[in-house]
Design a protein around this ligand. Structure first.
Ligand code: OKP
Ligand code: MG
Ligand code: ZN
Length: 329
């Protein structure tokens, strides 16, 4: 796998050791039972993603290799302003049509990994829907940047969104998604932007300065029926937990007023002080307090794993969120 970063192809920040380290820490701290994913098929994915996007993802690697290209499939052209938004036949054209960023490559295992990640989320979602107080879905690749028909930001299927939709389809009246990853959850926001049955809240680095650059500003509050059901809280470089937690408090007050039947936490720990691609200053101890505040919402809670790229600290930081949460039970 490769990531286009700074004009060169690097080993991706989003790499297998992230999940292995988290799993090791979960076991070491005896946090709870570790279960394998079940296979839910594509039906719950298609509740959120378009059929043509899913078909594109499924065949993209074969379509790419059929043309004898030497490297991984990376988009390099997009429908810019003033151009046509139609789906081209050619693989280069379709890669651009179905993406919003070029750092994320598609390779041989991408489709299977995206499906597995969705199944991990849906397995944990089913546990919570069936009465577990909480579950943690150790998803890889992450999901919160994926739109209904766009990949990018290491994301292909939006695991938090399709889990929220599954709660709705199983009878939850309202679902809240709280995105604590360092980056704006642009895909999650876009998927539910015109709906009032799934509230979306994200705390993140100012998109004027950082990825995803083109969405995630505070004046984006929802549209139509969704007006008032999207909240973005934006912070500058160097933000410590003492400031960040004020936004968490605002978010929690909104969620409490909304009275959802279920809560999905898009859990990224790239807010960490030593994260290589981010600029907040949270410490490992802060994640205990974050989890504790989320736990005090006292809602059936599903955590889906998103970002966090300091692999040395990722296990401790993720498990600290879950431990802080458990303290409230
Ligand atoms: C995914 B998730 C760094 C540019 C950033 C993409 C970041 C994706 C983050 N050279 N590129 O939200 O943690
Ligand atoms: Mg966020
Ligand atoms: Zn992130």
């Amino acid at each position: 796998m490769t990531e286009l970063d700074g004009g060169i192809l690097i080993e991706p920040h989003e790499k297998p050791s992230r999940a292995e380290t988290i799993l090791g820490r979960v076991k070491q701290e005896q946090l709870g039972e570790v279960l394998p994913p079940r296979d839910f098929g594509l039906a719950p994915v298609l509740r959120v993603h378009t059929r043509d996007y899913v078909d594109f993802l499924k065949t993209s690697w074969a379509d790419w290799t059929a043309e004898g290209k030497p490297g991984e499939a990376i988009p390099a052209v997009w429908p810019g302003r003033g151009m046509r938004h139609r789906v081209p036949k050619d693989i280069d054209g379709r890669l651009g049509y179905y993406s919003f960023a070029a750092e994320t490559s598609i390779t041989e295992g991408t489709w299977d990994a995206a499906c597995a990640s969705a199944n991990v989320a849906l397995t944990a979602q089913a546990l919570v829907a069936n009465g577990e107080a909480a579950a943690f879905a150790l998803c890889r690749p992450p999901g919160h940047h994926a739109h209904a028909d766009l990949f990018g930001g290491y994301c292909f299927f939006n695991n938090a969104a399709l889990s929220a939709q599954a709660f709705r389809d199983q009878g939850a009246r309202r679902v809240a998604i709280l995105d604590v990853d360092f980056h704006h959850g642009n895909g999650t926001q876009a998927i539910f932007y015109q709906r009032d049955d799934v509230m979306t809240i994200s705390l993140h680095g100012d998109p004027d300065l950082v990825f995803p650059h083109f969405l995630g500003f505070e004046d984006e509050t929802g549209d139509g029926a969704g007006e008032g059901f999207n909240l973005n809280i934006v912070y500058p470089p160097g933000t410590p937990f003492s400031i960040w937690r004020e936004g968490l408090e605002t978010a929690c007050a909104r969620i409490e007023a909304y009275q959802p039947d279920a809560l999905v936490i898009a859990l990224g720990v790239d807010t960490f002080e030593d994260d290589p691609i981010s600029f907040f200053k949270l410490t490992s101890a802060d994640y205990l307090l974050m989890g504790e505040r989320i736990g005090k919402l006292n809602l059936p809670t599903l955590f889906t794993m998103e970002g966090g790229y300091d692999v040395d600290a990722i296990g401790v930081n993720v498990v600290n969120v879950l431990k802080g949460f458990e303290r409230t039970r």
